[in-house]
Design a protein around this ligand. Structure first.
Ligand code: TYM
Length: 339
């Protein structure tokens, strides 16, 4: 079992990142540890330069993200925790895979289409080739399980296509180089939506801070955001069918269930018939209870810059070591002479 996943250190991590991905980093880290497998979690700082960014903010956000992940339970004793920029094998492997990835495959990526919009010509080359770097990230470590939210599924399918084509083209016989990675998507919280618009995903790049709960929000802020969340005037239905066409209500019920370990049906069994005047404070309490301890640990950890840098340095040294074999074999398979 090889668990591999990444998160961009841009902006503050939010509830969508937490429920869609980080909770599963911790769950799979522990499963891998018990099964004698390995877990790699990295900050995708090389991905973060694919869009306009402020260098000083990227540096600060990188340290902040390490502190957040550790506060959420990612344990550097069980997980190789690092940032891509300290492991050149990621960029090297991307270049090697650029020979295999097809323009047409990348052009079909919905994230590329969404982010580029009508201005494709004005985008960085990095935004277009971003999914090839993502493929390199997971293929380098022979990932089997990749914990991600629903929005990354297509990128993982592309990673499988690239791996398969590389194996077919350059690894004759029965010695394929790359393992085909499987996305590990939480059924209940695959897509947490914005608090202001139930049809848009909760995102770090949404201009409105009220659209998301950040993992570092304090109790008052959390309660305020939940109470201001967009909803409709109807009370909650008593079964899931009653949520049809009520995206905002569904989102709040989903969040409640994901945090309490209940299914949507179970939440509605307990809260059906309740108006949002009663349900929102209940949800706020559940959120405060779940995020409070993370917040406290984050506040402690984020003070100690040296300790955070040491975690990254140690993780990067381990990652460089573990990436070497696959990278060397890829160079060799392509016929590249390296002395
Ligand atoms: P990023 O930084 O946008 O998000 C990190 C993780 O959080 C998940 N996520 C969500 N899940 C549910 N609901 C939401 N509203 C929500 N918003 C974000 C994402 O699916 C992701 O799992 N390209 C990736 C980073 C990356 C990566 C990788 C991931 C780079 N290399 C290799 C896996 C494997 C990204 O930008 O995630």
């Amino acid at each position: 079992m090889r668990v591999v996943s990444g998160i961009q250190p841009t902006g503050k991590p939010h509830l969508g990142n937490y429920l869609g991905a980080i909770v599963n980093y911790v769950r799979l880290q522990d499963m891998a540890h018990e099964a004698g497998g390995e877990c790699y979690i990295f900050l995708a700082d090389l991905h973060a330069i694919s869009q306009p960014h402020d260098p000083a903010e990227l540096t600060a956000a990188t340290r902040e993200m390490v502190a957040t992940l550790v506060a959420c339970g990612v344990d550097p004793g069980k997980t190789v925790l690092f940032n891509q920029a300290q492991v050149p094998a990621h960029a090297e492997m991307q270049w090697l895979l650029n020979g295999t990835a097809r323009m047409g495959w990348l052009g079909r990526m919905t994230q590329w289409k969404d982010k580029a919009g009508k201005n494709r010509e004005g985008q960085s080359v990095a935004l277009f080739t971003y999914p090839v770097l993502q493929a390199a990230d997971v293929l380098l470590y022979q990932a089997t399980h990749v914990p991600v939210g629903e929005d990354q599924k297509q990128h993982l399918e592309l990673a499988r296509d690239i791996a398969q084509k590389f194996n077919n083209d350059f690894c004759p016989g029965d010695a394929p180089l790359f393992t085909l990675p499987e996305p590990y998507i939480p059924p209940a919280a695959a897509r947490i939506m914005s608090l202001r618009d139930g049809t848009a995903k909760m995102s770090k790049s949404d201009p409105s801070d009220m659209s998301r709960i950040s993992l570092t929000d304090d109790a008052d802020t959390i309660m305020k955001k939940v109470k201001k969340a967009k909803t409709d005037p109807e009370p909650l239905p008593s079964d899931e069918k009653g949520l049809e066409g009520r995206a905002e209500a569904r989102n709040l019920v989903t969040i409640y269930g994901a945090l309490t370990g209940q299914s949507v049906e179970e939440v509605l069994r307990d809260h059906g018939g309740q108006g949002f005047g009663a349900f929102k404070p209940a949800l706020g309490e559940v959120l405060i209870e779940a995020l409070g301890p993370i917040n406290a640990r984050f506040a402690d950890l984020s003070q100690d810059r040296e300790a955070l840098d040491a975690i990254l340095a140690r993780g990067a040294a381990q990652a460089r070591e573990r990436a070497r074999d696959t990278l060397d074999t890829a160079y060799e398979a392509l016929g590249l002479v390296r002395g």
